[in-house]
Write a protein that binds this ligand. Structure first.
Ligand SMILES: O=C(O)[C@H](O)[C@@H](O)[C@H](O)[C@H](O)COP(=O)(O)O
Length: 223
């Protein structure tokens, strides 16, 4: 794991967006298409605001969510809604997006139809993930019902997840799917997440799911 510290969240967002854009552009120099995995939550928005204007061939980029809350895309909790409003604008509007939520479908039925399509987009050229204070990433939560499956090396690409305290059923890329990314970045801010990251370095993924993807990750942190 490599840790990059920034003077403030604005500097982090600008530098990280430039890094992600550079890696996507490099991938597109030798691949027809490149997959970008992005998280939901409140942290990545400023990175998206800078990344969406990057001068690269977005028409050859496939954007995939690291996870989704099982709500309609116009619900404020929807990660697809966040990505559509903050990333898939400006130049990045030309990217192809593969949302997970299907109106009127149960997660179980939707996942059956999605697995092959998601698998076909792996390994991602670039993945950006967040992390919670509880050391979860994507929707791989420490006490989630399907965590054992989600951490299995032979897990499917997508796993349905429920955990105590979660308002919505989630679907998440499995640890295998996330860790297969050719470049993986984690974006966190604040002292609590910095302390959680230090704890995760000494815990197994069953207790600290972020640990399943940290080995080759670049973690970007600002106070
Ligand atoms: O659906 C989500 O919320 C994300 O994919 C999730 O994994 C997020 O990255 C962490 O929960 C951190 O969230 P914040 O950025 O809001 O702290």
């Amino acid at each position: 794991m490599k840790l990059l510290e920034y003077a403030d969240p604005d500097m982090l967002a600008i530098d990280l967006a430039n890094k992600l854009a550079g890696e996507l552009a490099a991938a597109l120099m030798h691949e027809d298409r490149a997959t970008l995995i992005v998280p939901g939550g409140s942290t990545p928005g400023p990175v998206f605001d800078d990344l969406c204007a990057a001068d690269l061939d977005w028409s050859r980029v496939d954007v995939l969510l690291s996870d989704e809350r099982w709500v309609p895309q116009d619900d404020p909790a929807s990660n697809a809604g966040l990505v559509r409003s903050r990333l898939l604008v400006d130049r990045a509007a030309a990217a192809r997006f593969l949302p997970f939520h299907v109106e009127g479908e149960t997660p179980e039925n939707a996942l059956t139809a999605l697995q092959d399509r998601v698998e076909a987009h792996l390994p991602a050229a670039v993945a950006l993930l967040g992390m919670g204070d509880d050391m979860h990433t994507a929707s791989l939560f420490p006490r989630a019902d399907n965590l054992r499956l989600a951490l299995d090396p032979h897990a499917p690409a997508l796993v349905e997840m429920r955990a105590p305290g979660l308002e919505h059923t989630r679907v998440s890329l499995s640890a295998r799917a996330l860790a297969s990314s050719l470049s993986l970045h984690v974006v966190i801010t604040g002292p609590d997440k910095r302390a959680a990251l230090e704890r995760a370095l000494n815990l197994p993924p069953q207790e600290a799911p972020i640990a399943a993807v940290l080995d080759d990750a670049v973690v970007h942190w600002a106070e």
